[in-house]
Design a protein around this ligand. Structure first.
Ligand code: SAM
Length: 284
């Protein structure tokens, strides 16, 4: 035995029947329960699948319209690379794609991906570090937008506390615009978060409508930060808010009670601006 493992190329299959068993099990991935049981999810569209591939995510099956493949060299190349890494290829018709995506005008390319979960660091020293912690986030559009915004702000990772919406749902992955493949996600119970937080050698800032501190007056620069955001309906519970070093308010004009969760997260992250590149200004 040489000890060198050889990657077996994936299989290629043509399917035209929506009743095909393989198509049925892919279609079942629109349900959270099936995603949890299989540890997989769907990425719809060429851009998402390419982002996943380029970030090294495991694509178990690539499904695409055979008619579209005839016109797209990029897709043919991507399919060859995925196959070489062991992923299977299903060439299908639009009827099959529609049945998987439940749409009349389906995406021409769908990836069946393996879920990836990260872990929180035990010890952080870099003052530029920022983790976002979301308490029981419910709306998949909000979660996807927060993942995208966190990616743009150079966040180190996102902690999902308690019962949350599934980041691997089609809605959340779509709203993340591919950023889900670039930001580590960690799942924790409230208890696990509080225990990890107790060892965090940095600042923990919660955002709260009853916050006592104007967010602009906080020194975010000199130490690592955990930014804790509350649930859309209920905000942060006392158990979490009392664990924060500071509770920040974003003062508002107008008559609305609060900002949307994803917007409030964006305001905080870009105000901190921890890992944003410096821009060279040019004359107009
Ligand atoms: N009814 C909820 C409440 O009473 O907290 C509103 C929650 S708000 C839609 C969702 C989360 O966004 C809040 O828990 C908080 O983390 C953040 N947030 C929204 N607007 C904010 C503001 N003006 N100042 C601080 N945090 C805010």
């Amino acid at each position: 035995m040489s000890g060198v493992s050889v990657q077996r190329a994936g299989k290629v299959q043509q399917i035209t029947a929506v009743s095909n068993q393989r198509v049925k099990s892919i279609r079942a991935l629109v349900m959270k329960k099936t995603r949890e049981e299989t540890g997989t999810f769907l990425a719809e569209g060429m851009k998402l699948v390419m982002d996943a591939f380029e970030n090294g995510w495991s694509i178990k099956t690539l499904v695409y319209s055979s008619a579209f493949a005839e016109t797209s060299e990029t897709l043919k190349e991507l399919a060859a690379k995925i196959r070489a890494r062991g992923g299977d290829i299903l060439e299908v018709n639009e009827k099959v794609l529609s049945s998987i995506t439940r749409k009349d005008n389906p995406q021409m390319v769908i990836g069946v991906m393996e879920q990836q979960w990260g872990s929180v660091p035990a010890d952080v020293k870099d003052p530029a570090t920022v983790w976002v912690a979301l308490d029981r986030v419910r709306d998949p559009g909000n979660l996807g937008t927060i993942i995208r915004t966190s990616d743009c702000a150079g966040v180190d990772g996102i902690i999902l506390i308690g019962e949350t919406t599934d980041p691997f749902s089609v809605e959340a992955t779509r709203a993340s615009m591919g950023s889900i493949f670039n930001v580590p996600l960690v799942k924790m119970t409230e208890q696990q978060f509080l225990s990890w937080r107790s060892g965090w050698k940095g600042l923990v800032v919660g955002t709260h409508l009853a916050g006592a501190v104007d967010y602009r007056s906080i020194d975010f620069k000199s130490q690592p930060v955990v930014l804790l955001m509350g649930n859309e309906q209920q905000g942060l519970p006392e158990t979490l808010s009392s664990s924060c070093d500071k509770l920040a308010l974003i003062p508002m004009a107008g008559s609305a009670d609060s900002l949307n969760l994803a917007i409030a997260t964006g305001v905080m992250l870009f105000h901190m601006g921890k890992r944003l590149p410096q821009m060279q200004e040019t004359a107009l």
